[in-house]
Design a protein around this ligand. Structure first.
Ligand code: 13P
Ligand code: SF4
Length: 309
């Protein structure tokens, strides 16, 4: 097996040769995050993808994030280490289902979480991320009915925060965040009585009710860094440890293993490896390719999101 340092050197060399930028989500393995030009949550990475002026985007995250980068950069090449890095939320809602919904309820404003396929985005009125979902729903006139998809937990959280009655919520769930329960969190609190709880809004309502802070991956990191507290129970994927330890050295972070696998990792995010990253930069595949109609259809609701201040 070739040493990690050698593969990292190959990646840096390929990055230069390809005029590539490397974008990494917080849930990526540490060795990938260490090589990235930008690390962030879904919203930050979407913005970064747009600002960049090279030729190739190597997106280390999951497929829907790389699709978003392609929609915002149709003229650039977008490659991913592993095309099978999907997301349970994307699987929870198809474009055909959204079209069927719109036929039944044509007045609904369709708000789609960024964790959706490009085809679903193209059927949507506006996109949101976990960081801006409340703001996006608040930007829609109060009298308009809303369909929020596909995440049940984020949707219910947004419904509560906005006080919006006329909002229907799809029933999809994240296979990582939705598996944590209040009972386990209560036990963790007993073990770490000084710790504050920070949770991602993809967690269930029982967990969110116990949280001291609720926010996107980057928002959780920012909050832990600025908080005077020294210990935290983190209710999101454990990849955030990389930035937490770098930005808040000396503080303690505890993660909750879920009952199915006894870990706090997203199996899709963890499909990406340094070897696969090197190969995708070398071979320029797997590559995100989308039909013109979808590229154009999905761009409008993403731009509407980016325009909301
Ligand atoms: P963030 O936008 O908070 O990074 O969330 C993306 C995601 O998939 C969380 O599971
Ligand atoms: Fe999808 Fe959940 Fe993985 Fe995020 S953590 S990419 S929502 S499966």
């Amino acid at each position: 097996m070739i040493a990690t340092a050698t593969i990292a050197e190959e990646i840096l060399e390929l990055k230069k040769r390809r005029r590539a930028i490397l974008l990494a989500h917080h849930y990526q393995e540490t060795e990938i995050q260490e090589l990235a030009d930008a690390i962030g949550d879904s919203l930050e990475l979407a913005r970064k993808a747009r600002e960049f002026d090279g030729e190739v985007i190597a997106f280390c995250g999951v497929w829907f994030m790389a699709e978003t980068a392609k929609i915002l950069n149709p003229e650039r090449t977008v490659v991913v280490p592993d095309a099978e890095a999907g997301c349970s939320l994307v699987e929870a809602c198809s474009a055909a289902q959204v079209r069927a919904w719109k036929r039944r309820r044509p007045d609904d404003v369709v708000v789609s979480y960024i964790n959706t396929s490009a085809e679903v985005k193209a059927e949507s009125d506006i996109i949101c991320t976990s960081r801006n979902a409340v703001k996006i729903v608040n930007s829609i006139p109060a009298e308009k009915p809303v369909l929020f998809l596909p995440d049940l937990n984020l949707g219910n959280y947004v419904k509560k925060e906005t006080g919006r009655e006329n909002m229907r919520v799809w029933q999809g769930a994240c296979i990582v965040h939705a598996t944590w329960h209040a009972r386990r969190l209560a036990r963790a609190r007993e073990q770490h009585p000084e710790a504050l709880v920070a949770a991602h809004p993809e967690c269930g309502a029982d967990v969110l009710a116990m949280a001291d802070f609720i926010g996107s991956t980057s928002a959780i990191i920012e909050w832990c860094v600025s908080s005077p507290a020294r210990e935290f129970i983190i209710m999101t994927e454990s990849g955030v440890t990389h930035s937490l330890h770098r930005l808040a050295p000396g503080k303690k972070f505890f993660f909750l293993p879920n009952e199915a696998c006894n870990c706090s990792e997203c199996p899709y995010m963890k499909r990406n490896t340094l070897e696969k990253l090197r190969d995708c930069l070398r071979d320029l595949k797997p590559q995100v390719e989308l039909p013109e109609r979808i590229l154009r259809g999905a761009l409008a609701p993403i731009e509407r999101m980016l325009a909301v201040k």
